[in-house]
Design a protein around this ligand. Structure first.
Ligand SMILES: Nc1ncnc2c1ncn2[C@@H]1O[C@H](COP(=O)(O)OP(=O)(O)OP(=O)(O)O)[C@@H](O)[C@H]1O
Length: 326
């Protein structure tokens, strides 16, 4: 993709263990354009968070990037560590995690957190930063922003706190946001508002978003394109409408079937049988084949080849046809 904010190429994350080397992310490639939301979806343990943590340099040892490239705005960052990576986080890359309290300092007023973040990364005066802090809170929908800059994180509700985190993630004008399950801890009624807010602010600013979620509903709501992960690999990638309406990979179709989207008939609401394999006992060939209704002999001998279709691709020996019928 030309002028991508984020390019991941053949990224592999490894964890050495007593039982051998595990690969929670295995040869994954995708790009995210300015203002685009890429949804990264898959069941628990698929490697979604590991891929996000690799980009922001927050892999917990012994997990490490074993091969591949991560490029942000043309700068290769996969080898950065320590202070260089810290500078990049906050300035080039903002983060929104599931629990707002992991991003907010409980001992600091939120106005001060916003101001200090801006002063660390932007060439502006303290007075300007303080004014921008009030504006940033108002923009994310905090009522009485001029007074609320003086509040501490615990004085906000969960939904309001996540709005503050979004303001904090965006205040240094990063070009990329990594949002890992940003609404999973919130009431259902608040989830859609927070997702809509994140999407609108990032689109208006041209900020690219990697939106990590296990929730196909969130993907349908917010993503422009979607990357479906299974056991560390990319099963399918493409524009969200095409992937959701006409999935090529049987796993994507199964995920859709287990999501109660209003537009789909009741007969689609079946669960995928079985569970995703553990990384230390991956089956040979395509890791999905033991659960796949279309599996044949060759699926257990080699991973599915990458098939391309327009802007999309899927790794499958027997992809679904355009009508999405298994
Ligand atoms: N230190 C470790 N040793 C062994 N395996 C690990 C270790 N850390 C993570 N894993 C495994 O790496 C895989 C990927 O984890 P990851 O958190 O990226 O999944 P995920 O798709 O984000 O799932 P979730 O939605 O539950 O967060 C999981 O199978 C997990 O068990």
């Amino acid at each position: 993709m030309k002028d991508a904010v984020l390019s991941i190429r053949d990224l592999t994350v490894e964890i050495p263990t007593r039982h051998g080397i595990l690969r929670p992310v295995d040869g994954v490639s995708y790009d995210i354009a300015p203002g685009e939301v890429l949804g990264v979806v898959g069941e628990s343990g698929a490697g979604k968070s590991m891929a996000g943590n690799a980009v922001i340099g927050l892999l917990s040892p012994p997990a490490h990037i074993a091969s591949g490239e991560i490029v942000v705005n043309g700068q290769r960052i996969d080898h950065l560590t320590g202070e260089a990576m810290r500078r990049l986080r906050g300035k080039e890359i903002g983060m929104v995690f599931q629990d707002p309290l992991t991003s907010l300092n409980p001992l600091l007023r939120i106005g001060d957190q916003l101001t200090e973040t801006m002063l660390a990364h932007l060439d502006i005066t303290r007075t300007e930063a303080e004014e921008r802090a009030v504006a940033a809170l108002a923009e994310v929908g905090i009522p009485g922003a001029a007074e609320r800059v003086g509040s501490y994180p615990h004085e906000f509700s969960g939904g309001m706190r996540q709005r503050v985190v979004i303001a904090l993630a965006l205040c240094a004008e990063p070009s990329l946001i990594i949002a890992d399950e940003p609404t999973t801890a919130l009431d259902v009624s608040v989830q859609a508002q927070i997702i809509a807010l994140l999407k609108r602010l990032c689109r208006d600013r041209g900020t690219a978003v990697m939106l990590i979620t296990h929730d196909m509903g969130v993907i349908a709501e917010a993503a422009d394109r979607v990357a479906v992960m299974y056991a560390g690999r990319l099963a399918e990638l493409g524009p969200v409408r095409e992937v959701l309406m006409q999935p090529h990979h049987p796993y994507t179709a199964g995920l859709m079937g287990s999501t109660p989207l209003a537009s789909r008939g009741k007969d689609r609401l079946h669960q995928i049988p079985g569970a995703m394999p553990r990384l230390d006992s991956l089956p040979e060939g395509c890791a999905f084949h033991p659960r796949c209704p279309r599996a044949a002999a060759r699926c257990s001998s080699a991973p599915g080849p990458l098939i391309s279709d327009g802007d999309g691709r899927a790794a499958c020996w027997f992809p679904l046809d355009r009508a999405g019928v298994a």
